[in-house]
Design a protein around this ligand. Sequence first.
Ligand code: 5AD
Ligand code: SF4
Length: 486
Amino acid sequence: MQETLDISSIMHDESRQGEAFTIKQVKSEKEGNRQFYIESYGCAMNFSDSEIIAAILIKEGFKATRHFMEADLILVNTCSIRENAEQRVRQRLTEFSKAKKQNPSAIIGVLGCMAERLKSKFLEEEKIVDIVLGPDAYRDLPVLVARAEDGQRSVNVLLSREETYADINPVRLNSNGITAFISIMRGCNNMCSFCVVPFTRGRERSRDPHSIVAEATDLFAKGYREVTLLGQNVDSYHWQPGWGGETYNFAKLLESVAKINPLLRVRFSTSHPKDITDEVLHTMAAHHNMCKHIHLPVQSGSSAVLKRMNRTYDREWYLERVETIRKLLPGCGITTDIITGFCGETDAEHSDTLSMMETVKYNMAYMFSYSERPGTPAAKNFKDDVPVALKAKRLSEIVDLQHQHQQELHSLEPGKVYEVLAEGISKRSKEHLFGRTSENKVIIFPRNEVQLGDYVYVQVKEFTSATLFGEIINLNSKSEINRQHK
Ligand code: 5AD
Ligand code: SF4
């Protein structure tokens, strides 16, 4: 059974750093219950992994805490995708060393992609670290903790071809009780030349679909109303049972999850433009509860750059996929990732990215400056030759253009009515809730008597480039939607 904890996995929770904790206090806590603190960086997959790690530790008798100063075990689940992600973790480790000064028996562990990339070098470089654990070795955490308690610092960064943690029920961290991530596969076989993930997360492998459906069913029974299926490249999901039985591709998996209950929304991330099939698009169209949103990283609008990136599609292919999405799923939200200043990127190639953005008009984009990662094919084969200032200039151009597009797209929204899942209380006011439309547009609306997890119809009234603001129309529509869905 899944557990839900409203604690831990907070980023930068420094609220209690200044508080004095004596060693005596910490020790007496330790005798009763050892406490762990986990902080996660990077992609949704890392946050999802932290929930697996929490489940492993809770089974061992650990309790979660939100405050690293009172933890016996401080874990940081790291990201290596760009250099600045790694720098943030290093800074954080210096903060954690304060906890170790107060409580010398506190154990510090570095998990995830940075652990995998740096391996035992981490122990040499960061003297306060006791445990280094790669993404496929989390089951070994209790053993490494026991060794650390005996004063032994250790590393396990073995990658696996099979590990999917399918049998571990994640403990939901920082949960709103409404939306949850479900990891459906691990690793990546793609070898995009800029990307460190195939080296840190290993070969691609898919998780047993029955365990995925069971996890989603259990979440629904607990009141969750949305699941996001996670993988580096979900379109290449493939389940081949060893002993006969049905094979599953991604479309079939989606269908199985969508059929659990019409009130359970289904999202997924991330799609690869070379692999997203029409079958997936048809499956999305066939189910009302399959959210009409596709995150389709383009990376660059230039075919020449895409070739150097080893993305295995070109500009025309990508645009064809967008056209088909728009044809089969009218109104579908399309979001993307863009890297600017990749090796050898010329002004003309940069302009191709701007024109790609003009053509597609993305609903949202994550935009990055290229950051060379040691050991990747790009680092080996190309020069990181776009000057930092030019990368920054190009990045600000794409950021400005994206902002302009979101403003334009949002200016068309007032008056439209969306079905919205109420997900949380707005940060701005307790009298307002926020939710998302199927297309993944964030919308804020007055709370009235709406409960979190309810579906409501909201009419858009105002907008910024990031958010829509609306009014609930016909409160009874909530039950109408619910009836329709049953
Ligand atoms: N530099 C900059 N951005 C990168 N990404 C992946 N690797 C790098 C890198 N070396 C971006 C890609 C990917 C997203 C998760 O991170 O856009 O889609
Ligand atoms: Fe990295 Fe490409 Fe795999 Fe995404 S698809 S994780 S960018 S190698």
